[in-house]
Design a protein around this ligand. Sequence first.
Ligand SMILES: Nc1ncnc2c1ncn2[C@@H]1O[C@H](COP(=O)(O)OP(=O)(O)O)[C@@H](O)[C@H]1O
Ligand SMILES: [Mg+2]
Length: 368
Amino acid sequence: MYITRIRLTNYRSFKDTALSFSKDITVIVGPNASGKTNVMESIFLLSTGKSFHARIEEEMVAYDEEIARVKGAIIETDGEKVGTNLEVVITRGTITIGESPEKVEKIARKRLLINGVGKRLVDFAGTFKTVLFGPQDLGLVTESPSIRRKFLDIVLSQVDREYRRASLSYEKGLRQRNKLLLGIREENLSRSLLLFWDKLLIKNGDYISKKREEFIEFVNSQPPFDGHKFELIYDKSAISETRLQQYAEEEIVAASTLVGPHRDDFVFRVKERESKRVKEFRELAPYGSRGEQRMGVLWLKLAELSFIESVTGEKPTLLLDDIFSELDHEHRDIVFGASKGQQTIITTADPHYVEGFEKIEKITLNSL
Ligand SMILES: Nc1ncnc2c1ncn2[C@@H]1O[C@H](COP(=O)(O)OP(=O)(O)O)[C@@H](O)[C@H]1O
Ligand SMILES: [Mg+2]
């Protein structure tokens, strides 16, 4: 499965732009602020139904516009060229109709469509699968747990509809349960009201933890990378009746659910050389060099690629957003090697990095 064409209308810096992609490697070259990351974001949006960096989705709508549209043509099976059209429409929640007197009407903030038919997020996401690797991914090692949970959700949501359903249900349930905890604290509501939400969170939370565990096990079964044996340690916040009972009083004081996958984390570790017998594994966040941390992330990204393929039998499209300047020569070669296995779309400000590449198509974005 691969993407052949995308059309961006009033999407961030693009008024109306169509781009075509090779089924092998496409390189998008353009100076800073020419919209390279915006293109990657739009492809990722078709894949997951979400942005990877907008704080609010409205940010994707071009300034002074009310509706942004991303349309993409996906080829499912090359032999028969079965095509699927994916479309995401983002709005500010209202639309202006007519001119003086103009009328403002409420509309949906987001619409997801497959072949022109509106879909819910659970049915839209993962139709087209991608793995994104950008400079922000170094944060996977060093930044807060929420970044790592988001990463797990992105991978697992693409391959598993039940995971998407469980996550949405869990998030909703969590909000309700926290509201109720506040009600118990402030208004003396009955604690027995929690029971329903406890069950819902335990049921969905169990599924989420189980899938996260499986993914992490898969990643850890990958061969050593670049001479280093990396591993992830899952710091699971299990949710069960016993655990909820244990935290019952604290939860009411905090008006917040204190256990469950919304509190999960994982850490990166790397194996020390055999000769040093001080400690077998060393954590990458506090003790890794920038270079090691970068390699850890690259290792994880390549594992993500294999995971999606092994679970779905399909190769995801690899999106490499401006990562070459961060890598040294040797590691650039590793990434190049990985680019050959599936459709890959690369952005760079400096075309030098992709010289000598065979079979690449080049797109040039001009500065705005
Ligand atoms: N909603 C928006 N409307 C119009 N332009 C936007 C919007 N959001 C971002 N931009 C513009 O997009 C540009 C950044 O694009 P980006 O893809 O990050 O560039 P690159 O990755 O090539 O450096 C900036 O000039 C910014 O002003
Ligand atoms: Mg960029």
